[in-house]
Unconditional design. Structure first.
Length: 865
């Protein structure tokens, strides 16, 4: 069988540019499929039926069985029955993990030769490896490891644990150099502890770049926890045949004898290392680091000792993890104490503004920081080394854009958010605690920049060979790098404490938000009460004025009657316009209706001279509030000075699409000549400023001689595509009630005498023979108790603070029809009971309004004229 020597990499490679593509290609090397084993052991690939599928070429030298005689043979026909019994028993209890089975000093052939055996499962086959047992061992490695456990447990910190580890492995294995090597977050490594024989070069404190151990090698270190290279220059032996029957090469990931990449062999040669061994340190399932061993000469450590070293590495990993958890627990306890103090602080606080300075002090007790910036519920506080408020917002935006809802850490601010904070500020890194869905809310902790002198084991850069492949570094002499911009690293304990504090602050912000919502709700409720009361009083004022006007219309003068009717219409239009600002139930308003209500205030033919083009828009409460003022000013000016005045003219209101909203154009034509005012009065200022200020829109005006024009561009509106309706149809006139006829005795319950007298006059017009006025519930009930029956009643709800509900209830029980009158008509569910079942009319009301209610609800009770 022909043996193989893997190709050697030149020790002095050419110094050409190394590209990222080359580094990526190196990282893609499938080192588990190299297809060779090292010289110190041999390999059999056996199916679950114990048929040998593949064998390494050195089986003859190791076992005395040539690979050609093994292929396709049953192992039961090759090995003694006692050996097969042992192997079968072990395989039956082997799980499907990567751990495998270890057998030491087995007399495989019952001829006195001892072998250490490793068995691993790879899918449907077993990898069985054999190493000749050394006979010169003078101590039990397992017992040595057992004796080291108390020392590990008593170690005070990580440094002492690592020092114990290097001393122990050095004593157990005899390697010249033993190091504990920890991976950094960027997968570079640093030597934390080292034990040396003689005067060899020390790597203590030196760093190794991440490219020295590429990703696929790190992945194998998490599966195959102990690896040895007994001699970098020894022959390696191929697997025969090289592939499975399906053409797939044998996966040697779990093999203990697997040959390694020629690049790594050259790397060791460049370090003057002839043999090496490594034991992985897995903390919480992650590759924390490794125990790395070097020797200047070929050096073999038997499998039993290597297994003891692997066990020791597991114990070391456990203790390292325990120390880390203890530190995290300490910081977590400090964070919980801070949480309790912050919670008590806010529970006992009476002010709405949180004491962020006290919060910052509590956070600083749990996590060491050089600066802190907090923004909670719109309140901002900083202390120590911090960026500007604008830079803080940019950093919080960066955290939000990265989708981080938990803590976000960075040891180098410039790397994660370049250009945000000037580097001369001295800020190195940050730890962000997002505490709300709003990007601006959060806490950022800062640590100052620490200038560090890093000592690398050689310049951390690969070199390129003439054939384009990468070569390992050729020099490992100390190479210093001054690193700037980094802070002291945030530890796992820092992150755990920060998460506790983040949740605590989140609870506080939610509590503050709930309190703000409660206060806002209370404020809104009070505002609603005030608005309702003002609306009620305002409508009573309109009712009183209307009653006074109508009371002066008696006398039959047609001209006076016409004047009174026109004045009443203007008064009603003014009331409707004011309702836009005060009506709680009106969620949306038509722009056309808003304009018509304003135009109707001035009566005459003004409403007939308005043309609408381009559909209509519905206005929200906020939009109609602003536009009501603007339309009122525009209409007033048009009536007094423009196209809606007595000299004639027309107004065109057109709507068109505008980016993100609607363009409204007010265009007057045919009126008197127009010129720009010499000064800007309140009305003109309101017209030009209300839309930009309230609605974020734009306004342009033009005082052309032929007529005033104004264009409003308002975002957030959309045109309702419908045919323009004539102005007269926008609000139907009340139906006439001349065909409704009252009779008999009618009751008016109203505490305002003028309104009561006007109501009595309206009811007499509808045919009432006698109208009785009562100003209180008791008076009304007395009237109802009289012998003369009541045929109809009009009731005010609120009678100087007393409810008319008892009167309404007695009328309902007696079957007497009645209507409720109020300046603010409630919803049925708001009042309930008899009020909820009643018919309501809105003040100010006329005989037409009363007649309309009679016709609609009591048409069958009253005769038609």
């Amino acid at each position: 069988m022909t043996e193989t020597t893997l190709p050697r990499i030149a020790a002095e490679p050419a110094h050409d540019t190394v590209t990222q593509e080359m580094i990526d290609a190196c990282a893609q090397e499938q080192i588990q499929f190299l297809g060779h084993v090292q010289d110190f052991g041999c390999l059999l690939v056996v199916t679950t039926q114990w048929i040998v599928r593949n064998a390494s070429a050195n089986c003859g030298a190791t076992l005395g069985l040539e690979p050609g005689s093994l292929i396709a043979q049953r192992l039961t026909d090759i090995l003694p029955a006692s050996t097969m019994h042992t192997l079968r028993g072990k395989v039956q209890v082997m799980g499907r993990t990567d751990q495998g089975i270890r057998l030491f000093d087995v007399d495989v052939f019952e001829d006195g030769r001892g072998f250490d055996i490793a068995i691993h499962r790879d899918g449907s086959v077993f990898l069985i490896e054999f190493e000749r047992k050394k006979s010169d061992r003078v101590r039990d490695p397992g017992a040595v490891v057992q004796s080291l456990v108390p020392r590990l447990v008593r170690a005070e910190d990580q440094d002492e644990l690592c020092a114990i580890a290097t001393d122990a492995v050095w004593a157990l294995t005899g390697f010249d150099r033993v190091m504990v090597y920890r991976f950094e977050p960027d997968f570079s490594g640093v030597v934390l502890a080292e034990t040396l024989s003689g005067a060899g070069a020390s790597y203590m404190g030196h760093r190794f770049p991440a490219s020295d151990i590429p990703p696929q090698a790190r992945a194998l270190y998490t599966r195959n926890l102990i690896r040895i290279i007994a001699d970098v220059d020894a022959q390696v032996h191929p697997i025969v045949p090289p592939h499975a029957p399906n053409g797939v090469p044998t996966d040697l990931s779990l093999s203990i004898t697997r040959a390694v990449s020629p690049i790594h062999l050259q790397y060791l040669r460049n370090m003057d290392v002839r043999s090496s061994m490594s034991a992985s340190i897995l903390v919480e399932g992650e590759l924390w680091g490794m125990i790395a061993c070097h020797h200047e000469q070929p050096h073999y450590v038997d499998y039993e000792t290597r297994s003891a070293i692997e066990l020791f590495a597991r114990l070391l990993a456990y203790e390292l993890g325990l120390r880390a958890r203890q530190e995290e627990s300490r910081q977590g306890a400090a964070a919980l104490e801070a949480h309790e103090r912050i919670s008590i602080m806010f529970e006992s606080a009476t002010a709405a503004t949180p004491d962020l300075a006290a919060v910052a002090r509590e956070i600083g007790r749990a996590i060491r920081v050089d600066g802190i910036a907090l923004r909670v519920g719109g309140h901002y506080h900083v202390s120590g080394l911090v960026p500007s408020p604008e830079e803080f917002r940019t950093l919080m935006d960066h955290v939000a854009r990265n989708g981080s809802s938990r803590v976000f850490s960075a040891d180098n601010l410039e790397q994660v958010c370049p250009g945000t904070v000037p580097q001369d500020r001295g800020i190195g890194g940050m730890l962000a605690l997002p505490i709300h869905s709003r990007r601006s809310d959060g806490v950022i902790l800062f640590r100052r920049e620490m200038t560090q002198d890093l000592i690398w084991a050689g310049r951390p850069a690969k070199e390129k060979l003439p054939d384009g492949r990468l070569s390992p570094r050729t020099s490992f002499s100390a190479w210093r790098e001054q690193r700037r911009g980094f802070c002291e690293s945030w530890t796992a304990g820092d992150l755990a404490a920060a998460e506790v504090l983040r949740v605590s602050l989140l609870e506080i912000t939610l509590r503050l938000s709930a309190e703000r919502d409660r206060r806002s709700t209370t404020r809104n409720e009070r505002q609603e009460v005030v608005i309702a009361e003002l609306t009620h009083r305002l409508r009573n004022v309109y009712s009183t004025v209307s009653a006074v006007i109508e009371s002066g219309a008696d006398g039959g003068d047609p001209a006076l009657q016409a004047y009174v009717a026109e004045t009443q219409e203007r008064l009603a239009a003014m009331k409707r316009a004011s309702d836009v600002l005060t009506d709680r139930g009106q969620q949306e308003t038509s722009l056309r209706q808003l304009i018509l209500d304003e135009v109707r205030v001035y009566g005459g033919s003004a409403g007939e001279r308005v043309e609408y083009v381009g559909g209509d828009v519905m206005l929200s409460s906020r939009q109609r509030s602003a536009l009501t003022l603007v339309i009122h000013e525009l209409t007033t000016n048009a009536v007094k000075h423009g196209a809606l005045g007595p000299s004639g003219g027309r107004l065109q209101v057109s709507l068109g699409e505008w980016k993100g909203g609607v363009e409204i154009r007010w265009r007057e034509r045919g009126g008197p000549a127009v010129s720009a005012p010499h000064r800007v009065g309140f009305g003109s200022a309101l017209i030009e400023q209300a839309i930009p200020h309230e609605l974020g829109g734009t306004v342009t005006t033009s005082f052309a001689p032929e007529g005033f024009e104004m264009t409003m561009q308002i975002p957030g509106l959309s045109i309702r595509p419908e045919a323009p309706a004539p102005a007269a149809q926008l609000r139907p006139a009340p139906a006439q009630a001349d065909d409704i006829r009252l009779s008999g005795r009618v009751l008016v319950v109203e505490d305002n005498m003028i309104i009561a007298m006007n109501a009595a006059q309206s009811l007499r017009r509808l045919g009432a023979e006698d109208v009785v006025i009562a100003a209180s519930p008791d008076k009304a009930l007395s009237v109802l108790d009289e012998t003369t029956p009541i045929s109809f009643a009009v009731l005010d709800q609120d009678l100087n603070g007393l409810s008319s509900e008892p009167v309404a209830a007695q009328l309902e029980d007696a079957g007497v029809p009645f209507v409720m009158a109020s300046g603010l008509v409630p919803e049925a569910e708001e009042v309930g009971g008899v009020f909820g079942r009643a018919v309501w009319i809105e003040k100010p009301y006329s005989s037409e309004a009363i007649g309309q209610a009679l016709r609609r609800h009591f048409g069958d009770r009253f005769p038609e004229r």
